[in-house]
Design a protein around this ligand. Structure first.
Ligand code: SF4
Ligand code: F3S
Length: 107
């Protein structure tokens, strides 16, 4: 079991989540973060930290978010590790809550 970063992180990337992860298993792309499912210890600490409510347990994913399981696993192997919070993306507030942002994911 793992936690998964989902659609609403895209174009927001608040990064509060990385500060609390005890195993540093977040990986950073241009406008999205992912969790490495092989490293996540399922502690649930990150879930309440995300201002965009974009993090869910794999077995409690909202409808339609299933593709993000594979996306997290795939991109975790390609992107660099991130362990410290940084500024969110400039238009994070504007994009927070917009639906169907997967089309904007930069890989
Ligand atoms: Fe890290 Fe725990 Fe979140 Fe997994 S559930 S990504 S181990 S903080
Ligand atoms: Fe993304 Fe939320 Fe972390 S917006 S970067 S999952 S705090």
């Amino acid at each position: 079991m793992t936690f998964v970063v989902t659609d609403n992180c895209i174009k927001c990337k608040y990064t509060d989540c990385v500060e609390v992860c005890p195993v540093d298993c977040f990986y950073e792309g241009p406008n999205f973060l992912v969790i490495d499912p092989d490293e996540c210890i399922d502690c649930a600490l990150c879930e309440p930290e995300c201002p965009a409510e974009a993090i869910f347990s794999e077995d409690e994913l909202p409808a339609g978010q299933e593709p993000f399981v594979e996306i997290n696993a795939d991109l975790a192997g390609k992107w660099p590790n991130i362990t410290e919070k940084k500024d969110p993306l400039p238009d994070a507030e504007e994009w927070d809550g917009k639906p169907d942002k997967l089309q904007y994911l930069e890989r």
